[in-house]
Design a protein around this ligand. Structure first.
Ligand SMILES: Nc1ncnc2c1ncn2[C@@H]1O[C@H](COP(=O)(O)OP(=O)(O)OP(=O)(O)O)[C@@H](O)[C@H]1O
Ligand SMILES: [Mg+2]
Length: 452
């Protein structure tokens, strides 16, 4: 069942069409003019509009044009008198789905109207899915800090353009997440975003992945392969870890960005491409440029819109919100004691959001009680320091957690860590802890720890 609006100035014509379509089970509304039709569209929300082209006042063409500007416009089928197919073609250029010529044939009318309704249903569904996905992506994206709020604002602005975006930030800060949001909020959101991790491929493989190749261009090229850049046509190409690309691949990428065309490996023809490029890297590209391993001209081509995601330790306001977010997503939701929360906020998160997510997943699974206490947190967090120790000569004191600690557990743990770091060599392990070999040996024996 489709909702179909019939627009015709002749009552007899309206009735004939309405009868045929009603008999096939569709819901019908009618209008006598383009103006009336526009009003009816608002209330009736038709899937399909069947409109005569020649009507007094604004004709069918004007209606097609007006409807095509709607957010989710109905499919329009224009009806034209024999011999005026030109106008029908014009209507299709303006966005009409198809045309029918008078006199109408029942079967043809039904077929075309139903196909148009199908197309509308597909469009509506894909729009709904996109909105849902978009909503979910932005929904689950925590942005409490001013820095993250600015980034989200920036994302919604740059999404509207096709400009190349370079997302920088330490590992696990959410670079890919932000890249995807840029893609989804933009006009290409319904098209795919194809991504590749440039650090994960050796040079030649990365090139064939990106550019594809022609059959026979090298041993083993048994058939033509379409590369990612070509497949991303109309959509977005996400170049992850772009800082790890070799200089020769960088040169080829630069060409793509400048000429907007590619040549497959071993190919002779150039293929025009329409892609948006989003790149990401955790590397300091300025430093890479100084070292001569990253092309400066490519950097400027990529860095049209820079988005820099600060490390989590520099936007601690996000931490409590992220924790709540990950805890509610957990299969066993838990609350968290203020002291445990304080420790989580104090920690400096070298692995950023990804590390926080992993910790929260582990803690919520391993904690039996309904509330997470400091004792449930991993060792390095309870310690409140990333390395779990002080460097030689650096007299930073351990902070005893408010819940206290068992000294011998710590001692055993430190001795064990020192041993494993020095591959079992007691002399080296002793040095790591700033004690003599004999002292170390004595204490290790106490806990039954053995060296080699
Ligand atoms: N602001 C945020 N809100 C919610 N989840 C986030 C946020 N930022 C990152 N995440 C989550 O953290 C994880 C890591 O994010 P992502 O993969 O985007 O980081 P990345 O910077 O690309 O990491 P890498 O450098 O390791 O590739 C993902 O599971 C992502 O969903
Ligand atoms: Mg990533």
């Amino acid at each position: 069942m489709a909702k179909i609006l019939i627009v015709d100035d002749e009552a007899a014509q309206r009735r004939i069409m309405a009868d045929i379509l009603k008999a096939a089970g569709h819901r019908i509304a009618v209008a006598e003019s383009a103006d009336q039709a526009e009003e009816t569209v608002g209330d009736f929300q038709p899937d399909v509009v069947l409109t005569d082209l020649k009507m007094p006042g604004r004709g069918g063409l004007a209606l097609v044009e007006a409807l095509s500007r709607l957010e989710l416009s109905p499919e329009v089928v224009v009806i034209t008198a024999f011999g005026t197919v030109d106008t029908a073609v014009k209507a299709m250029r303006l966005g009409a789905y198809d045309y029918l010529t008078k006199p109408l044939e029942k079967e043809e009318l039904l077929l075309v109207a139903e196909r148009a309704a199908e197309k509308y249903a597909l469009r509506a569904e894909s729009k709904r899915l996109r909105q849902e996905l978009h909503g979910r992506l932005a929904e689950g994206l925590v942005a409490e800090s001013g820095a993250m709020k600015n980034i989200l604002e920036m994302v919604s602005m740059v999404a509207q353009s096709d400009a190349t975006v370079l997302v920088r930030g330490e590992s696990g800060t959410g670079k890919e997440r932000i890249a995807r949001l840029v893609h989804l909020q933009g006009a290409r959101g319904a098209r795919p975003m194809l991504g590749i991790n440039c650090a994960a491929f050796p040079e030649t493989l990365l090139e064939t992945e990106l550019f594809g190749y022609e059959k026979g261009s090298f041993t083993g090229a048994a058939a033509r392969k379409i590369g990612l850049i070509e497949s991303a046509h109309g959509g977005t190409l996400f170049l992850d870890e772009v800082g790890d690309m070799s200089l020769s691949t960088q040169a080829k990428l630069l060409r793509v960005l400048q000429e907007r065309e590619i040549r497959r490996v071993g190919g002779t023809v150039t293929i025009p491409i329409d892609i948006r490029v989003i790149a990401a890297t955790h590397k300091d590209l300025a430093e890479a440029i100084r070292q001569g391993v990253f092309r400066e001209d490519l950097f400027y081509r990529l860095n049209v819109i820079p988005i820099v995601i600060p490390p989590l330790r520099d936007r601690k306001e996000d931490i409590p919100a992220l924790i709540r977010h990950f805890l509610t997503k957990s299969p066993r939701p838990k609350t968290i004691q203020p002291e445990a929360l304080r420790l989580l906020v104090a920690y400096d998160w070298p692995g950023n959001v990804r590390e926080l997510q992993a910790v929260m997943e582990r803690v919520s699974v391993l904690t039996k009680a309904a509330e997470i206490t400091p004792a449930d947190l991993p060792f390095e967090l309870r310690e409140g320091s990333r390395e779990g120790g002080t460097r030689p000569g650096e007299n930073r004191a351990f902070e005893i957690p408010p819940t206290g600690l068992v000294f011998e557990d710590w001692e055993k743990n430190l001795l064990g860590q020192a041993l494993s770091r020095s591959q079992g060599n007691m002399a080296d392990a002793a040095k790591l802890l700033g004690m003599t070999y004999r002292t170390f040996q004595y204490r290790a024996m106490k806990f039954g720890l053995k060296g080699i």
